[in-house]
Design a protein around this ligand. Sequence first.
Ligand SMILES: [Zn+2]
Length: 489
Amino acid sequence: MRLFTATLATETNTFSPLPTGLASYQESVFLRPGEHPDDAPRMCTAPLIVARRRAAKDGFTLVEGSCFAASPAGTTNRRDYETMRDEILGQLTAALPLDAVLLGLHGAMVAFGYDDVEGDIIERVRDIVGAKCIIGVELDPHCHLTLKRVRLADIIVLYKEFPHTDVVERAEDLLDLVLATLRGKIKPVMSLYDCRQIQSYPTTLPLMRAFVDRIKAMEGKDGTLSISIAHCFPYADVPELSGRVLVVADGDKAKADAVATRLGEELVSMRGKTMPEFLDTKGGVAAALAFNAAPVVMAEPSDNAGGGAPSDNTSILRELIARKAGDAALGPIWDPVAVRLCFDAGLGATFPLRFGGKTGPASGQPIDAAVEVIGLASDCWQSFGPTKVPLGDCAAIRIGGVDVVLITKRTQALGLELFTNLGIDPRAKKVVVVKSTNHFMAAYGPIAKKVLYVDSDAPLCRDYRKIPYTRVQRPIWPLDQDTEPGLIF
Ligand SMILES: [Zn+2]
């Protein structure tokens, strides 16, 4: 058996002021065949790591293609996308004949001229490998699960957890299903239910926790092979943006239809009940300071680099300073120029620095202040479950009693290393502010005495009715009250 794997991934916020060019991939994940390290998957590369580990034991030959991934931001440069895609397609052609292809994609990537990048990739892969070759795809649940992908792939598996701590387990599931298909043990058929809704579904909250535990228990029983919930990615103006349920069943389309419909209807009934409560900036800081145990972890989803936000809004920091919060830490603020200035000033220096508030109107104003450089570290990393995520060179500054982490490689708060790399212990702080939607919970949930969510004036507004969509298919909740959910494949 011959299997091929490759990755081409980012999550595209089409409203972001930061276009994504080749350099964004080069500074994140840009690995040619054989170059992928063994230690851990990078963004969306779990299918490669899992297949590499299992090839000998499971008796197949793995042909590794390139892996390209960029931190979420704006639309990808068209020529750069086509260059990376065509490199992978060339490797695929050279690897023929193949029994299966494993694609580690994100699912919400948009390039100029391509609303549905993943659909484009799967279509071109299908054209090259033919109808009999099995195409298995792993996607992030924050994807646009388009009809084209479901029509052209054989098996699609999404991560179930948000925070995404199960990327490796789901890649194992995908490989299991692909191998079982090749061995003639199963005949996967897929059904897709469209909930016609835009919603966020952290699995750290009770309602979704119970839902995900239940669908996991259904898998492997009564002919149900796999169940995936596509949460959707709200910050993209693409036609097929919507929450969807995908069911893979063993040869029984009616069965897949029934399960997808039942679970889809259940998700529709959960509209408005799966998100945490959001406070405004003043209310959030006041609540954090009033709480009588520490640390309070305050998340700022609206400036989450993981959703394509610049991660340089300064509103919460201003409020912490104005309230003389002291004993607080905040990160990350993406500001490569400020990091460079801190390195030039040197550890222990106090000097006037302008930082943050630079990338776009929703970044707010920069802060001008005398800051103390309290930490400098080169080429830093943070962990996210089994994945390693680069931070680049980092600087920690103290301003008004708040320790602020500045980074050069734009990403969200994931691991405690964001702070500990620079000698800051988040466990010892009264308030820890993290720019992240919910992935922070994997590492910060366990240390938090309380978690608060603040909807600041940063760009990823949590009220989806305020997002200026023009191309999303309507009607869709909560933009419209009357919608028509139903089975679409
Ligand atoms: Zn995601």
